[in-house]
Design a binder for this molecule. Structure first.
Ligand code: NDP
Length: 326
């Protein structure tokens, strides 16, 4: 038996609770992992609270990412004792996820924990930090360089935002952080932001084209914020769109795209091919250090996950929350 968070949906409604689970209940998979750490991402918040139909099968163990040690393997790829990492592939949505002490998954979904990274740091980064790196890679592959001008990061105090700021700053970019919590400017400056702006300047309906400011944008917010970010991106600049914290709508015009050649780069982390994941995770391992992780991440135990999921969706969590399972 082991401890896990279970989401159920039946005549009594939608609910998440801590439960004792049996290994025999684990889903199909050729690798069993003893989970060390998982984390709470925005999507986990939606799944645990039931605020959005993220979970597609019930009962479900949430947790879209985890790190742990292989306990049993029917695959040649992984041996008992290997340190492995998983994020996405529908784990925590259609397949039992990481917010339990054991997970059974497909061997193809796992990657090796980078040599220089410990388990806590990997989940401090988690899906949010990995997605931030995919956004950085989208800017780079569209020719955005530090010499081209400042990068706007929206949702700055969140998980994607915090890591985007820190990694872009380490890569030499001038980073402008947009936040609803301007009182947290000191935290954002410590991560590497050179300027902090109030998200209200971006979150209301704006003009089709505004003053050209950003060479690139990492947007985890969507809606009017994304539209205004596109409208104020420089000629030939790139906007990496990965999130919907303000909304999934995109009330924009084509003007930035047809008059300024702005690129809108969509970023999905869930089904990203393994080769890209390995590149992203190894680049993250090169950029992060213990000091950065201690600024961004806090650790909780499994019994604090439900209340933390509420706080995350209320926008009161800063940085990343790591859940200790072993
Ligand atoms: P967090 O909750 O950690 O961060 C979201 C941040 O967005 C908040 O901290 C807040 O920052 C800002 N925010 C919250 N509500 C609003 C609002 N109403 N209007 C404007 N800004 C708001 O979430 P994550 O960083 O984990 O995820 C961010 C987004 O990215 C989510 O929408 C998530 O679904 C998406 N995502 C997508 C992935 C993909 O594969 N495409 C993968 C990972 C995440 P502040 O207080 O500084 O304003």
């Amino acid at each position: 038996m082991f401890n896990g968070l279970l989401i159920e949906k039946d005549d009594q409604g939608y609910r998440a609770s801590l439960q004792q689970l049996d290994k025999a209940q684990l889903p199909e998979g050729d690798v069993t992992v003893k989970v060390q750490y998982s984390s709470i991402n925005y999507k986990d918040g939606l799944a645990i609270t039931g605020k959005s139909p993220v979970v597609r099968q019930f009962p479900m163990v949430p947790g879209i990412d985890f790190v742990g040690v292989v306990e049993h393997s029917e695959s040649d790829k992984w041996q008992v004792g290997d340190k492995v990492l998983l994020n996405g592939f529908g784990v925590g949505e259609t397949h039992w996820g990481g917010l339990a002490q054991y997970a059974k998954v497909k061997s193809d979904w796992l990657i090796a924990l980078p040599e220089s990274m410990d388990g806590f740091s990997a989940m401090a980064v988690g899906t949010a930090g990995y997605t931030a790196m995919l956004c950085v890679m989208a800017l780079e592959s569209n020719g955005v360089t530090p010499a081209k001008g400042p990068i706007l990061v929206t949702g700055a105090n969140g998980g994607v935002g915090s890591f985007a700021i820190a990694m872009l700053a380490k890569l030499g970019f001038d980073v402008v952080a947009s936040t609803g919590r301007v009182d947290q400017a000191a935290y954002l400056s410590e991560l590497g932001a050179s300027e902090v702006i109030d998200r209200n300047t971006l979150s209301e309906p704006g003009r089709p084209l505004a003053k050209e400011r950003w060479a690139g944008v990492v947007d985890s917010v969507g809606s009017h914020t994304l539209a205004n970010a596109c409208a104020s991106t420089q000629y030939g600049g790139t906007v990496a769109a990965c999130g919907l914290a303000q909304g999934f709508d995109l009330p924009a015009t084509v003007m930035p795209f047809i008059l300024r050649g702005v690129n809108l780069a969509g970023v999905d982390s869930v089904m990203r091919p393994i080769a890209d994941r390995e590149i992203a995770w190894n680049r993250i391992a090169d950029l992060i250090d213990a000091e950065l992780i201690s600024k961004i991440a806090t650790e909780i135990s499994l019994d604090k996950v439900i209340e933390t999921a509420d706080a995350l969706l209320a926008g009161t969590v800063q940085g990343r929350v790591v859940v200790k399972l072993d």
